[in-house]
Write a protein that binds this ligand. Structure first.
Ligand code: FAD
Ligand code: SF4
Length: 398
């Protein structure tokens, strides 16, 4: 008789029941499964453990003496890229979906964990283990809501899959790496995206209603490098709203508490990260963290135009001013916001400096959030690299 592994004796929580991380839970899905057995070590909001998991995944932890590693994590290289033939309806040019498809086509994996949407609601996540390229393609475009990607882990183990690709954001990948050795896989590939300011489905509705002129027809949105939110609508039109014109006073409560206390914007434990914020407008930004990440990139290299990462400007003043404005929940009149957006777009940070601008702005905000709302967690929860970033700025005392 085979003895079940310790986790197989545990039981996942019922939907809607309280989670071990309480209000900080990002609904990563781990606790929906018997892997809840490991939650105290695995949960990104209970036990932050970058150093250990970076060693386990990349063979070393990030070098705090190198600015690029402090900001972007362990990596072998960074580049910009875009698909020669973009996938229509993808979030950017569809590099993530293309890698997922090629991994299946080439037989490197038997399944791809990704996020489709429910039939009723384009933004309600439905996590699947895709077994065909068509199922991967059906998961294209961001569902900008908390998504329980790890809820399928029991199914992975029970179905005997041995080679798996997981696509996911930082909090999901931290928990995944913590239980990786228990999954019984021969090979796990992790394709990450950066992630910030995520929301519950109800929070998303509030964001759309507060910010867009036509919330019900939005099919996609992104906070772009030109300091504007781009909303794409069903009829193909694009609506632009300057960051500085966002109704900060109404939006402060919208972002999930997990995302207000997250310091893994750049998904430090993925093998390959595909985002946009370190690249020129229209291009994607890739961080290859290790050889497994390079292997994934190699699969699609012939379908890409590739460029070097670039950097210009100085973010510090804009970040410092933003800290005060956000804290006081300042909302500018729209005409002022538009002018500010245009000026900053012309003279502001670009490329990797824009990425640093976004990381600095979010880490300082999140540091203050943790300090004010969970002071007992501050010392353990803010990793040394984030501490280093935050120390560059003057923060309100209270
Ligand atoms: P596509 O080919 O369209 O594929 C998108 C993939 O995302 C799909 O495989 C799907 O499974 C997965 N996915 C969709 N929704 C979720 C979800 N809720 N959780 C986990 N996985 C999901 N990049 C930046 O550079 N800076 C940012 O600030 C930033 N913020 C982001 C915030 C969120 C909430 C998300 C989900 C992503 C964010 N990204 C950010 C990543 C970026 O928006 C693109 O997702 C990425 O560049 C891939 O684009 P693509 O065209 O290759 O993806
Ligand atoms: Fe569980 Fe994930 Fe929520 Fe932590 S974030 S409590 S691991 S579901």
């Amino acid at each position: 008789m085979t003895v079940p592994a310790p986790h197989q004796k545990a039981k996942g929580l019922k939907p809607g029941s309280p989670r071990p991380a309480k209000e900080l839970c990002s609904d990563c899905g781990l606790c929906d499964t018997y892997y809840i057995h490991y939650v105290k070590e695995a949960c990104a909001f209970i036990n932050q453990q970058f150093d250990h998991l970076e060693e386990q995944t990349h063979g070393r932890h990030r070098d705090l003496g190198k600015e690029d590693e402090v900001y972007f994590g362990v990596h072998e290289k960074m580049l910009t890229a875009r698909k020669q033939e973009p996938i229509p309806g993808a979030q950017w040019t569809g590099i993530v979906s293309t890698i997922g498809c090629e991994m299946l086509n080439k037989g490197l994996v038997e399944g791809v964990v990704c996020v489709q949407n429910t039939p009723e609601d384009r933004f309600q996540p439905q996590v699947v283990i895709a077994k065909t390229p068509a199922e991967v393609l059906a998961a294209k475009v961001n569902k900008p809501t908390l998504s329980p990607n790890l809820s399928v882990l029991e199914e992975v183990e029970k179905s005997g899959l041995k080679r798996l690709l997981v696509i996911g954001v930082g909090c999901q990948i931290q928990a995944l790496r913590a239980v990786e050795k228990q999954l019984g896989l021969e090979k796990l590939y992790v394709l990450g995206t950066p992630c910030v300011d995520n929301v519950s489905r109800a929070g998303l509705q509030k964001f759309l209603e507060t910010t867009s002129k036509s919330p019900d027809t939005v099919v996609y949105y992104e906070f772009m490098q030109d300091f504007r939110v781009h909303f794409k609508h069903e009829d193909g039109s694009t609506e632009l709203v300057p960051f500085f014109g966002l109704k900060t006073n109404q939006l402060k409560e919208v972002f999930a508490p997990s995302c207000m206390s997250c310091f893994d914007y750049v998904n430090g434990l993925a093998d390959l990260v595909v985002g946009y914020m370190g690249a020129p407008f229209g291009w994607q930004w890739l961080v290859v963290r290790n050889q497994t990440g390079q292997e994934m990139l190699d699969l699609v290299q012939d379908q890409l135009n590739v460029g070097q990462v670039d950097s210009s400007g100085d973010r510090h003043q804009a970040v410092q001013q933003g800290i005060t404005a956000y804290d006081k929940a300042v909302t500018l009149p729209m005409w002022v916001a538009k002018i500010m957006g245009l000026v900053i777009d012309k003279i502001g940070p670009t490329g990797l400096e824009y990425a640093r601008f976004s990381i600095d702005s979010h880490f300082t905000r999140n540091y203050l959030y943790v300090k004010r709302n969970h002071p007992e967690k501050l010392a353990d929860h803010v990793p040394p690299f984030a501490q280093k970033i935050v120390e560059q700025y003057e923060l309100p005392q209270q």
